[in-house]
Design a protein around this ligand. Structure first.
Ligand code: GLY
Length: 312
C-alpha cells in the first residue's frame, strides 16, 4: 500500500506539512489539500495566490481556484472571485453543495457568504501601491519596475498591442498546486491563484478549468499546471497528462509529451506537477530546473524532488 503523501509547488514548501499532519491522523486527501492551500492563500508574501495576489488592470485582485476529487471525478471551482482569501474553500463548497462545477464573479462571492466563508481584505502594501498606480495612471511612488510595467500597459492600451503582456507576465505568474493521496488511496488536487498579474478584468486562466489546470482520477493519477494558463486551456494539459498515464506512459514520459506539445504552440510556457497511483511523483518545467516538494506521513520535513526540464 502507498503511504499517504502530499506534494506541492515551490511556494507550498513550508505549507504541505499542514496537509501531512492531517494525513498522519487519518484525514482525507481533500482535507489535507484544502488546509495546505489555505495556508498559501493566507501568506501575504506570496504575490500570486490569495491575500497579496497581484491585482488586475483595474487594481483589483481576482482569484481563481479549483479542487477535484479523484474518487468520483467531481470538481468545484471559482473564477474572478473578489474579497475572499480562501478561494479553494469556496471551490470545495461548490463541489460539495451544488450541482455545478464553476461559479464566477459576484455570484461566486455571494455563494461564499451564503456558505459562511468570511469576507477578507486581499490587499497588501505592495498591491495597494500597484492599485493606486493603475487607477491614477501615474507611476509616482511606485518602484522602477512598476514604471516599466505601466509603460507596457500603456503601450497595449494605446496601440492595442500585446507586447507588454509577454514581458510583465514573465515576472508576475504565481499559482499553487497541491495534491495528495490518503490512506484509502483517494486522490485530490487543488489549485489556487490570482492569475496573470495586471490581467484584463474578468480574465480567467487555467486554474479553475478542470482538465486545463487541474485533473485527478484515482485509477490513474493526478496533475496540475502553473504558468501561462491560456496554453493549458488550449491543450487541456492536466487532463492530457492523466490520460497519458492511463495509456501507459511513465510519469516522465507523460510530462515530456504534454510540455513538448506546449512548446509546439510557440506562445509561452507552463509547468506541471503530477503523481501516479503508485505514489511516484514528478514535475516539469519548460524553462529550467523543475522541483517540487514531497511529504508523507513519516516525513519530518519537506523533501525537495527534482522534476524534468523539457526543452523544445
Ligand atoms: N496558471 C495561472 C493562470 O494562468 O492564471
Amino acid at each position: 500500500m502507498v503511504k499517504p503523501f502530499i506534494i506541492g509547488t515551490r511556494n507550498a514548501k513550508d505549507m504541505i506539512h499542514l496537509g501531512a499532519e492531517i494525513l498522519r491522523e487519518g484525514g482525507s486527501a481533500m482535507d489535507a489539500v484544502e488546509a495546505a492551500v489555505n495556508a498559501v492563500e493566507d501568506n501575504p508574501l506570496d504575490g500570486g495566490v490569495g491575500v497579496g495576489g497581484t491585482p488586475n488592470l483595474l487594481g483589483v485582485t481576482q482569484l481563481d481556484a479549483s479542487i477535484m476529487d479523484g474518487r468520483n471525478r467531481r470538481s468545484g471551482a471559482v473564477a474572478g472571485l473578489e474579497n475572499v482569501a480562501h478561494a479553494i474553500s469556496v471551490a470545495r463548497k461548490v463541489l460539495e453543495l451544488t450541482p455545478h462545477d464553476l461559479l464566477v464573479g459576484p455570484g461566486a462571492e455571494m455563494f461564499a457568504r451564503a456558505v459562511g466563508i468570511e469576507k477578507s481584505d486581499l490587499s497588501t502594501e505592495r498591491t495597494r501601491k500597484i492599485a493606486a498606480a493603475m487607477r491614477a495612471g501615474s507611476p509616482e511612488g511606485i518602484l522602477e519596475d512598476e514604471k516599466e510595467k505601466e509603460r507596457f500597459l500603456r503601450m497595449w492600451l494605446e496601440e492595442g498591442r500585446g507586447e507588454w503582456y509577454e514581458k510583465i507576465s514573465k515576472a508576475d505568474w504565481g499559482t499553487v498546486n497541491i495534491m495528495a493521496m490518503d490512506a484509502n488511496g483517494d486522490m485530490c488536487v487543488g489549485v489556487s491563484t490570482s492569475g496573470l498579474g495586471y490581467k484584463l478584468p474578468g480574465r480567467v486562466g487555467d486554474s479553475p478549468y478542470i482538465g486545463a489546470g487541474n485533473y485527478c482520477d484515482n485509477r490513474f493519477g493526478s496533475a496540475a499546471c502553473t504558468g501561462k494558463g491560456e496554453l493549458a486551456i488550449r491543450l487541456s494539459s492536466a487532463r492530457m497528462i492523466v490520460s497519458y498515464l492511463e495509456n501507459g506512459l511513465t510519469l516522465r514520459g507523460a510530462v515530456r509529451k504534454a510540455l513538448k506539445d506546449v512548446h509546439s504552440l510557440q506562445d509561452g510556457t507552463i509547468s506541471c506537477l503530477v503523481f501516479d497511483g503508485e505514489g511516484n511523483t514528478m514535475s516539469g518545467s519548460m524553462t529550467g530546473e523543475s522541483i517540487h516538494y514531497y511529504m508523507d506521513v513519516d516525513s519530518e520535513g519537506p523533501e525537495e524532488r527534482k522534476g524534468v526540464w523539457v526543452k523544445p
